[in-house]
Design a protein around this ligand. Structure first.
Ligand code: NZQ
Ligand code: ZN
Length: 380
């Protein structure tokens, strides 16, 4: 195990009716701005609950943070925040609203352009922010990451920074999600675990078992959720699984991959595919093209998650990869580029972008543009 420092300061406030706690959670006397997406909160009662909880308090609202939040929109929120002397932000929505808000939190206390903050990779300073999370998927509610899109150039990059002060997770708010959003959220959470698990073998039994616990739980609840998303206990497990999959708990002292995410972000930036859907397409390719370096972990994964114990090593690995793709498809997602009208031109664009940037992703820092091409070609 490598040395590590672990600190996750986010207060999780979990359960039914917990949005009512907003007033006690947001410090008194702050200049508050609440950020929203495109209006889903007005249809599922979340907006009303926020309004009720904050009755009698002054605040500014900013609407219109879109899925895969655009820096062009967030600049407007930064401007408004500066104008109103905002010193506390509350994001009410999915990962996109919260990610966008993380950038707004940085932009408000900086003179640097918002896109340059993203490109720098890390926000040096942010005003405090918190969330009411309405989509279980990204883990943004309890991590320091954010992913921002620049529409002008169809680029999508992540940056790091502070964690939310608190996040309210009420599983009941997920009842209004579409089947596609749920499928994408489940795949996102599952893939977050794989990005931290399918790497170097023998680093930590604790991290392995913790990761496998989340994978097994997501697998167990997924099909039941797709059939009945109004079951509170199922949605509670889903919501908590998504948080635990990307809140630093399962990556203490271990190497990480993130190849699938980096390629997935390009597919979203270029074609607008939902984040989790891109992962369902790319992940089987990452497993297959990198199966030599991931061999030990793929065997362990196959055995512990899918009970694959028969056959040669290569056969067992292939079965594990097929089982993963079958699982994603069982949620109603397509898993091939051709099924989404994506062809060679996009593959070449992504390979060129990675090569031009000189990237080397993955636990062994060997995923260049050429390797990304191989991964994508295997997903045609
Ligand atoms: O905008 P509104 O009207 O609110 O509608 C949203 C949006 O259209 C809707 N929605 C949200 N909550 C709902 C709801 N619809 C019905 N009922 C509800 N309860 O859902 C749509 C999608 O929302 P979005 O926030 O985009 O989804 P998600 O939470 O999956 O976030 C995806 C973004 O997060 C990034 C992704 O790249 C993508 O940009 N990620 C962030 C990460 C992080 N911060 O750590 C890690 C992830 O790997 C991921 O990259
Ligand atoms: Zn993700």
């Amino acid at each position: 195990m490598e040395n590590f420092i672990f600190q996750n300061p986010t207060k999780l406030v979990f359960g039914k009716g917990q949005i009512a706690r907003l007033s006690e959670l947001i410090p008194a006397g702050v200049h508050l701005m609440i950020t929203y997406g495109g209006g889903s909160v007005t249809k599922n009662g979340v907006y009303e609950q926020v309004q009720d909880a904050l009755k009698g308090r002054q605040y500014v609202e900013f609407w219109g943070i879109e899925p895969n939040p655009h820096v062009e929109t967030l600049r407007k929120a930064i401007e408004l925040g500066k104008e109103k002397n905002i010193d506390f932000l509350l994001a009410v929505g999915g990962g996109s609203v919260l990610d966008g808000t993380k950038l707004v939190a940085a932009g408000i206390c900086s003179d640097t352009d918002a896109w340059d903050i993203v490109l720098s990779g890390y926000a040096q300073k942010q005003i405090p922010f918190a969330s009411v999370m309405t989509v279980p998927a990204t883990g943004s509610e309890m991590n320091g990451g954010a992913v921002i899109t620049r529409r002008e150039t169809d680029e999508k990059y992540a940056f790091g920074g502070d964690y939310p002060q608190f996040s309210i997770l009420d599983p009941e708010v997920t009842y209004s999600l579409s089947k596609h959003q749920i499928a994408c959220g489940l795949v996102d959470a599952y893939t977050h675990v794989l990005e931290q698990y399918l790497t170097t073998p023998g680093q930590s039994r604790i991290m392995d078992r913790w990761a496998e616990g989340i994978l097994l739980s997501v697998k167990e609840i997924s099909l039941k959720i797709i059939e009945n998303q109004h079951n509170y206990d199922l949605m509670a497990d889903y919501m908590l699984a998504a948080t635990l999959a990307l809140n630093d708990f399962i990556r203490m002292g271990i190497t990480q991959d993130w190849t699938t995410h980096m390629i997935g972000h390009e597919l979203t930036a270029l074609h607008g595919l939902t984040h989790g859907h891109t992962l369902a397409i790319v992940m089987p390719g990452t497993m297959r093209v990198l199966k030599e370096q991931k061999k030990a972990k793929l065997l362990q994964y196959g055995e512990r998650i899918f009970n694959i114990t028969e056959g040669s090593e290569n056969e067992r690995i292939e079965k594990a990869i097929d089982a993963t793709e079958t699982f994603f498809r069982s949620l109603g997602l397509t898993t091939r580029l051709s099924e989404n009208g994506i062809g060679d031109e996009t593959i070449e664009t992504i390979a060129k972008r990675f090569n031009d940037r000189g990237v080397a992703f993955g636990e062994n820092q060997n995923v260049t543009g050429d390797v990304a091409r191989e991964i994508l070609v295997s997903r045609k």
